[in-house]
Ligand binder design. Sequence first.
Ligand code: ADP
Length: 430
Amino acid sequence: MASTAAAAAAAPATTAKVSEVDNLLTKRVADRYLKREVLGEGTYGVVYKAIDTKTGQTVAIKRIRIGQQKEGVNFTALREIKLLKELKDPNIIELIDAFPHKGNLHLVFEFMETDLEAVIRDRNIVLSPADIKSYIQMTLKGLAYCHKKWVLHRDMKPNNLLIGADGQLKLADFGLARIFGSPDRKFTHQVFARWYRAPELLFGTKQYGSGVDVWAAGCIFAELLLRRPFLQGSSDIDQLGKIFAALGTPKPSQWPDMVFLPDYVEYQYVPAPPLRSLFPMASDDALDLLSKMLTYDPRARISVQQALEHRYFTSVPAATNPALLPRPPPKGESHPKVSDINQHDGPTVLSPPRKSRRVMPQRQGIELDGSANETRRATGESTGKSEEMPMSIDFSVFGSRPPPRPTINSSIFRGAILDKILYSRRYAQV
Ligand code: ADP
């Protein structure tokens, strides 16, 4: 990170003189970057493509409003900067620079051509088992690095997995990540886009660990195999209903701590359908790893390091070399996003809220969201062939525009008085 920028970002100016110096410094840093087109608008601000005039490098600048906006935004940005400064790995996005300018905080990242969501949704792309192995391996490598540094990502989802021109996949958007380690530290459980949220989070746990990232990575693995999001809940209750219909309702013997979780509700028992019925074309090794990543009890769930050592990664086919992976055209040149399916009614809450309510999925077993059947049916329909195609090359599920992916609600930060205090104290340290 440029030292001038770091210095400029370091402390709020307390006198007019310091403020002038600050302005000069940040202007000089800001002038270094030549803004080009807008790449997109994220949760906290606009992302621009830009050229670093000093190096000629193309970069992505995330502009985050500070000051007059919600305090949560500032704190989130702060977390991102602090964490990213410490994380350097081939599978982690590089933060090149950070500086305040005209009331906005600017984060300069290495420019990435595309992301895993675009890969998964691109109907022109065929993902072979070796390609899927490569993408999930890079995802796990980035996560393993985070976890080794005692950092949780906490917002794992395909559009936060960016892909560079060299095919390397990198974890991005550490807005929610935070250093963990103290055993009694309590976190907000409202993290993760809902579809990737672990069951302990959905049941309101206040203490969680790296298992939440493993669950999300498991959902991403499933999504690579299916070419559509695996468990698309429309509410937290519905999300649990979808999970249980796909993987079976957990018994207390399987997950002893479950019944003590703050938002635990009893769901009607649904037996687990064979995982093979949901992923007919996946290898035995892939299914074994997937089932270990999607284990209910976070204590029994496989760790990222163990996942990387799973025989899936040593068995044939070998993971594709990242440079040879199929990718969509770089952003700005891509065709419109295509879609998926899967909007169904969720489970029904029968009686009183909270602990005593009982939740019954309207559909059971593998028909939880119609996905398994729909996928199989659609495969034959779209290809005109009766034989099954591997799900990873099943284009037929991309019929209409996808539903918007649910994202975390930034209001969880807004209400956090502690966060505000921490922010005002700690902003000066960045
Ligand atoms: P969100 O907050 O919704 O996760 P972001 O703010 O991370 O979104 O990103 C907004 C848009 O900018 C997305 O289209 C994303 O792909 C793009 N983007 C973010 N970072 C980069 C980068 N380093 N290189 C290229 N595009 C990026």
